[in-house]
Design a protein around this ligand. Structure first.
Ligand SMILES: N[C@@H](CCC(=O)N[C@@H](CS)C(=O)NCC(=O)O)C(=O)O
Length: 234
């Protein structure tokens, strides 16, 4: 069984949450945007079913919204807890990742995606300052607690094995270290750092990160490095 991932070809962005799950599971998939270009991604949104990518399809259906996609595929990819209540908790936390990612995006686009960054730089600086002082520690403390409240799990967020939520936290931490290295350096996130190191060492993830399939972070995606939005260098 193969999957088709529809996502913009030049950024890791939200598509990366889905890509990491497919890569970690060793699932066959076509990265349609990278194979056929952005027009093929725009094409699938014309039928009125999907508003925005990422979209994941198999032979019989297509699904959008990261958290919804991961809820769909995490069981077949064996990246979900077995227990039904744990599954719901995982999905709930994945929706918190969705909220977090929206706030990270809004640091550079507080007035919305239809204006360029240069047209909203001043507001972005104000938004980022509040994000760094209030929201970033709040979200990271929460996910630290998620990990430390599951003490005998081997370091996973839910249950006793790696799930799509752990892979998502990996992507968020990598993205934040790219976008806000100075702000992150001032926060203590030992459990998230340990999770990030362990996931980077997983065989299929390590191979993926080394491969041309993995796109570097850049200033077109969700996680952007604008030094003026980070804490100043010490
Ligand atoms: N809630 C959606 C958000 C999807 C989204 O914002 N996609 C971006 C790319 S990362 C996009 O292309 N949006 C187009 C638009 O908002 O007009 C999800 O979690 O997948």
């Amino acid at each position: 069984m193969s999957y088709w991932l529809y996502y913009w070809p030049s950024i890791p962005g939200r598509g990366e949450f889905v890509r990491l799950a497919l890569e970690d599971a060793g699932a066959p998939y076509v990265d349609v945007g990278r194979d056929q270009g952005a027009t093929a991604v725009a094409q699938i949104m014309r039928n009125g079913e999907h508003f925005a990518p990422p979209i994941l399809a198999d032979e019989s259906e297509s699904v959008s919204h990261v958290a919804h996609i991961l809820a769909w595929v995490s069981r077949p990819l064996e990246l979900a807890p077995v227990d039904a209540r744990d599954f719901r908790r995982m999905h709930q936390m994945q929706l918190t990742v969705t909220d977090f990612v929206a706030e990270i995006h809004d640091t550079h686009h507080p007035l919305g995606p239809s204006l360029y960054y240069d047209e909203q730089k001043e507001v972005a600086a104000r938004r980022s300052a509040v994000f760094i002082s209030d929201r970033l520690p709040l979200f990271l403390d929460y996910f630290e607690r998620v990990l430390t409240d599951n003490p005998d799990s081997g370091g996973w967020a839910i249950g006793h094995r790696c799930t799509t939520l752990d892979l998502s936290l990996f992507h968020v931490m990598r993205g934040l270290r790219y976008a806000f290295p100075n702000a992150l350096a001032e926060l203590e996130t030992p459990a998230l750092d340990d999770l990030t190191r362990r996931i980077a060492r997983r065989r299929r993830i390590a191979d993926y990160l080394d491969s041309e399939r993995c796109i570097d972070f850049n200033e077109d995606g969700v996680f952007r490095r604008y030094p003026e939005l980070d804490r100043p260098d010490r």
